[in-house]
Design a protein around this ligand. Structure first.
Ligand SMILES: [Zn+2]
Length: 304
């Protein structure tokens, strides 16, 4: 048995994994995002470590058969260090893994959360094909690339930071420091901004989805714009990585029926002709559990 942890900005999700199945899951409220914004980096790292240690030691006590632990973490991961995290500001080259492994007496690894989810999806799909591109639609838009069955994190941990592909030059400002990034339109927060711009009303993406289903035109357009920009970014991604299978996951993927028409139209129009009709887009098999499953699997020794 393995443990996979999906570390988010406001909570931790801990899954005990047997094979490819989450046999137990629990959530721990932990406002890491607030911690990082309101404390020195040293204080934030201590608090993050303490929260992870407590959650994991409780789980290990209950499940002594667990042999290793994987953390899916929102940030750029290089050689097991959190090099940087746009959503957890102040963290720089932080080693969470060594103190956790030593303190818990159990091997721990860390990987980018979307890349972990991509790896989870690849295994859940029976490791079919050479690889896949995973697009996680949440507060932002994360991405993960699997090539020849292996994760591809890039040399600086920023491979597949697809949410920051610029789709609207000079457009909405983004936390990364640029303007017009795809996640400013195609994420849950992007949908909220689109709706706010059109109506002057601030609603969350879930509520906007309900409004869209009830026929509210600005809500329908906010989701249609998300689908369009997601496809626009994807056509660029595919010119670089040429992978045949795209998996859409993350919390906002439940609203996929509201995005898929505009997404499909833009993809058909802009895809390089050599790829038309050859790209398979499917929804996540594991929903929001893919990150925990993938992180857990990455903690085991890799087969050649
Ligand atoms: Zn950006």
């Amino acid at each position: 048995m393995l443990i996979g942890v999906d570390v988010g900005g406001t909570n931790l999700r801990v899954g005990v994994i047997d094979g490819l199945e989450v046999v137990e899951e629990y959530r721990v409220n932990a406002d890491f995002s607030g911690l990082c914004r309101n404390n020195t980096p040293e204080q934030a790292v201590r608090a993050i470590h303490a929260a992870l240690f407590e959650a994991l030691s409780t789980s290990l006590d209950k499940h002594p058969a667990v042999t290793s632990i994987g953390l899916g973490f929102p940030g750029f991961i290089v050689s097991g260090l959190v090099a940087q995290s746009p959503n957890l500001p102040g963290l720089q080259d932080v080693d969470l893994v060594t103190p956790l492994s030593e303190g818990l007496g159990c091997p721990v690894i860390i990987e980018n959360d979307a890349l972990a989810a991509a790896y989870g999806e690849y295994h859940l799909m029976g490791k079919k094909g050479a690889g896949l591109v995973y697009l996680g639609l949440g507060t932002g838009v994360g991405g993960g690339l699997i090539v020849d069955g292996r994760t591809f994190p890039g040399e600086h941990g920023v491979a597949m930071e697809v949410g920051h592909i610029i789709v609207e030059p000079g457009g909405r400002s983004c936390g990364c420091g640029n303007h017009g990034c795809m996640e400013q339109y195609a994420s849950a927060s992007g949908v909220s901004i689109s709706y706010l711009e059109a109506t002057g009303r601030r609603e969350d993406a879930h509520r906007i989805a309900q409004l869209a289903k009830a026929g509210d035109v600005p809500a329908i357009k906010a989701y249609a714009l998300a689908g369009e920009y997601l496809a626009q970014a994807l056509v660029h991604i595919l010119k670089v990585v040429d992978v045949a299978h795209i998996v859409i996951g993350g919390g906002m993927s439940v609203a996929w029926p509201l995005l898929k028409d505009s997404f499909g139209r833009r993809l058909d129009a802009d895809l390089i002709p050599a790829l038309r009709g050859k790209i398979r887009v499917t929804l996540s098999q594991a929903g929001d559990q893919a990150g925990m499953i993938g992180a857990a699997l990455l903690s085991t020794p890799r087969l050649p």
